[in-house]
Design a binder for this molecule. Sequence first.
Ligand code: GRF
Length: 214
Amino acid sequence: MKNIVILISGRGSNMEAIVRAQIPGAKIAAVISNRPDAAGLAFAASHGIAAQVVDHKAYPSREAFDAALAETIDAHQPDLVVLAGFMRVLTDGFVGRYNGRLLNIHPSLLPSFPGLHTHQRALEAGVRVAGTTVHFVTPTLDCGPIVIQAVVPVLDGDDEAALAARVLVQEHRIYPQAVRWFVEDRLSLTADGKVRVTDEPAGPAGWTVPPVEG
Ligand code: GRF
């Protein structure tokens, strides 16, 4: 079993998609929010998942908050930490601690439109396709090595809400997929910072060596 800790700040629909995917070999050990009023906490609690709050407002600095957050996360011995709409910039120390086991989803085709107001900026730029990206987290915001992306068209008359909704459908598809790869030991970050995704194992028993004839 791989322990997964999911960090949220609000609605938590990506967290919900990952929980609902019921990935074999994955245990959602905890859902942690930096906001006490995050709607996603209720979903987690109602599914028997530890739902915890580490309120950033209770800490005097980013470092102090990140230290408290890491302590709460580490109590669950996570193999993977998943940022799912977690709206805090993390310190380099925090990111380094979870190097290779920290994923984020961003609602754009990175490296285009990192940061806030992604959809609005995409519409203003007049792009004809938008999308979403799951990536390993590195110290620079929304810039880490890309794991998986999905593309959606931008349609005439789209506003921010319409585009966001179309992208969100794809977020709910690719984030569970990325988590599944990680849990199956098929996704990793190499020492030189490249994403490695390996093929599906050859069968239920995993890789098998064909018997030698004769
Ligand atoms: C998603 O669009 C995600 O890509 C972005 O924030 C939004 C969070 O939505 N980082 P939810 O909380 O998962 O519903």
